[in-house]
Ligand binder design. Structure first.
Ligand code: ATP
Length: 273
């Protein structure tokens, strides 16, 4: 089988934030790669640096944070030294972000169809009709029925779970090389969580998109990720194929994480996604 292309290559990434003691490391010498069509899950307790890692890749670190060292290459292109305008273009087209709360990602005053059209017109040469057909196809891929009706609706007319799948469809409409999903299921109930998990599985099957999935929900990670990276206090303590990490975690902290999932997550919850 042909070796899949490496889409994202992160090497020695370190991020610091400004505190009373000066610049303090919150991501420390983190390295990983994601290939086309592969899902890398990042797990770890709150504050371990998962979001800072994804924000650094997006070039969207908050004002109080800085990238202190490391390299981030997207399909061989170094992002850390890129001019802001070029990075913005790449962020629109090649790099997509899905956040925890889709409501904040949409303009509440315009229909879903208009949001698709604005995204597609900004990056691709399409007629209104072509944009509408493409948007319907993307919605159908996310298992959203009656796409034509959805395109005429406003964000507040859709449930949180539907809106999250619309967000994923919108993110995929430009066929990005890398999709970063930061806690995409956290705000959802178990049925909508299962729908979003199914949506990610569909992407894996059909698209060549590489996915970085940040989640504290180990059940979602188990169902979707091919490889899991475990972070603790800014460092990557273990990284392995999901099945290997599940069946024989090497690091004590990983064992603790898996054990707490088995203790805390009810069997019903685990089976429902
Ligand atoms: N805007 C900010 N300014 C300064 N420090 C921040 C900021 N955002 C996060 N931090 C700090 O950076 C560290 C890493 O935070 P990060 O948000 O990456 O953690 P996380 O693993 O994503 O946590 P969670 O699962 O709770 O979202 C934490 O110590 C946090 O307090």
């Amino acid at each position: 089988m042909k070796e899949e292309e490496c889409v994202l290559d992160v090497r020695g990434l370190s991020v610091q934030v400004q505190s009373h003691q000066g610049w303090t490391p919150v991501v420390d010498d983190v390295s990983f790669q994601i290939k086309a069509g592969q899902v890398l899950g990042i797990v770890g307790e709150s504050g371990c640096g998962k979001s800072m890692t994804s924000l650094a890749i997006l070039g969207l670190l908050p004002a109080a944070a800085r990238l202190s060292q490391g390299s981030i290459a997207l399909k061989g292109q170094e992002l850390t030294t890129m001019k802001p305008a070029q990075l913005r273009r790449i962020r629109g087209q090649e790099l997509s972000l899905i956040m925890q709360n889709p409501m904040t990602a949409f303009n509440p005053l315009v229909t879903i169809g208009t949001q698709f059209a604005e995204t597609l017109f900004a990056h691709q040469n399409m007629t209104r009709k072509q944009a509408s057909t493409h948007a319907s196809t993307c919605l159908k891929q996310m298992n959203l029925h009656e796409p034509e009706r959805i395109l005429k609706q406003f964000p507040f007319e859709l449930s949180g779970g539907m809106l999250q799948r619309v967000m994923i469809a919108l993110s995929l409409s430009l066929n990005p090389s890398l999709l970063i999903a930061d806690e995409p299921t956290t705000a959802l109930d178990s049925i909508n969580r299962r729908n979003v998990v199914d949506a990610f599985r569909a992407i894996k099957k059909e698209a060549k998109t590489a996915i970085l999935l940040v989640s504290h929900d180990l059940n979602v990670i188990e169902k979707v990720a091919d490889v899991v990276a475990v972070m603790k206090k800014g460092q990557l303590v273990e990284m392995a194929a999901t099945h290997d990490l599940l069946t024989s975690p090497q690091n004590e902290y990983t064992q603790l994480l898996w054990n707490s999932r088995l203790t805390l997550g009810s069997r019903h919850e685990q089976e429902s996604i």
